[in-house]
Design a protein around this ligand. Structure first.
Ligand code: GDP
Ligand code: MG
Ligand code: ZN
Length: 370
């Protein structure tokens, strides 16, 4: 089920930044790198996760110059993280009680950002095998990769296998064991479990750079975002008719509904209602999100903010058409900057420059070749 298209340990990848130094993972080692003056002058912004081209690689002192950036295939905001292969949505089998609604919300959000999602159920030591199966079956049937484990019992091999040779971020509610899983995957990481406040400083003067942890395994390494910042996700503006496309088990049937703007609720000749194999829990999540979107659309039209929607059809792998929904409500994108950064095929909804990025500009002044 899990296809590996992701990051290769051979691609020099920025994993951390301290001041004007970028730490680049390259051939199993970390190189302290600076930007070539040309890049600084052009105000090219290097994000954590960027694949870079290196020059004057000094394998003894582990230093190098960054001379260019590879095109990005995505960019997550706050904190900025580039080229994320997948978001691993961690839920607990129990304590806190398993909530399909919460899981579905994370899955829809990941789909909205165009990022592949993996369902990960931790704390499987807390439930019976039957209960665990009952929990994961709907998600396996819908086509999501699903892994289970127990950080407490150090049963993390399934989880390791989805992380290996990819760049991942962990998302999920607090208390489900994200920090514990990372600790179990990398003893010595010493992340604080049970830490309640996971909010990242987003104030004007709190610069928070993401970084990527390197986890080693027998057949490779994994890069995992250290940011817990994806635990409080909210829907971006989304047209109610676009929601069904973000449910993989509904998607193939939508073109067969009688009405092109079918909401798959009470409409006649709705192919989704008659043909889609969607579980009652998943369908009730769909209805709940639909209500929220309709509600927020009402609020938006009340305050007469115009939401522009462009729906693009794009051929996805395997010949199937993939519908991409791009929303232009906060279209404050500096096209020149984006062009310079060679952003390729980004389908993120929030393109506001973050505070980190604003501060990157300030810091850039002292980046010079010696
Ligand atoms: N029983 C059990 N408890 C766990 C497991 N993983 C984490 N915990 C406990 O769950 C609590 C929250 O874990 P933490 O890693 O802080 O969750 P986070 O908020 O998602 O980072 C801690 O008390 C952990 O000891 C597990 O696999 N089984
Ligand atoms: Mg934590
Ligand atoms: Zn329908």
């Amino acid at each position: 089920m899990i296809h590996r298209t992701g990051w290769s340990p051979d691609a020099p990848t920025v994993i951390r930044r301290i001041g004007s130094y970028y730490y680049v993972r390259h051939l199993g080692h970390e190189f302290a790198c600076k930007l070539r003056a040309r890049l600084s002058k052009e105000r090219v912004q290097v994000a954590i996760g960027d694949r870079v081209k290196l020059d004057e690689v000094d394998e003894i002192h582990r230093t190098a110059w960054i001379v260019d950036l590879e095109p990005r295939f995505n960019l997550l905001p706050r904190p900025t993280l580039a080229n994320v292969d997948q978001v691993v949505i961690v839920m607990a089998a129990d304590s806190p009680a398993f909530s399909p609604l919460t899981l579905d919300r994370f899955l829809v959000l990941a789909a909205q950002s165009g990022i592949e999602a993996v369902v990960c159920i931790n704390k499987r030591d807390k439930v019976s095998a039957e209960r665990l199966h009952e929990m994961i079956a709907p998600y396996e049937d819908a086509g999501y990769p699903v892994v289970t484990g127990s950080a407490k019992s150090r049963e993390v091999s399934e989880i390791w296998r989805v992380l290996e040779n990819r760049v991942s971020v962990l998302a999920g509610p607090s208390g489900v064991g994200k920090s514990s899983l990372l600790n179990a995957l990398k003893p010595g990481l010493a992340l604080k479990a049970n830490e309640v406040s996971e909010k990242l400083g987003r104030g004007r003067h709190t610069t928070t750079f993401a970084s990527l942890y390197v986890l080693d395994g027998p057949d490779g390494e994994a890069l995992v975002g250290d940011t817990p910042g994806y635990s409080h996700m909210e829907f971006d503006a989304l047209a109610p008719t676009a929601l069904g496309w973000l449910f993989p088990e509904m998607k193939p049937h939508i073109p067969h509904c009688r009405f092109p703007d079918c909401l798959h609720r009470t409409e006649p000749d709705c192919a989704v209602k008659t043909r889609a194999a969607i579980t009652p829990d998943r369908y009730s999540s769909y209805l709940k999100f639909l209500d929220e979107l309709i509600e927020s659309e009402k609020r938006l039209s009340d305050t007469s903010i115009k939401v522009e929607e462009t729906v693009k059809w794009r051929s996805a792998g395997g010949g199937a058409d993939k519908k991409l929904v791009k929303l232009g409500m906060v279209a404050r994108t500096d096209s020149r900057r984006v062009a310079r950064q060679k952003l390729a095929g980004v389908s993120l909804n929030d393109f506001e420059p973050s505070d980190d990025e604003a501060e990157l500009h300030e810091d850039d002044e002292d980046f010079t070749d010696p």
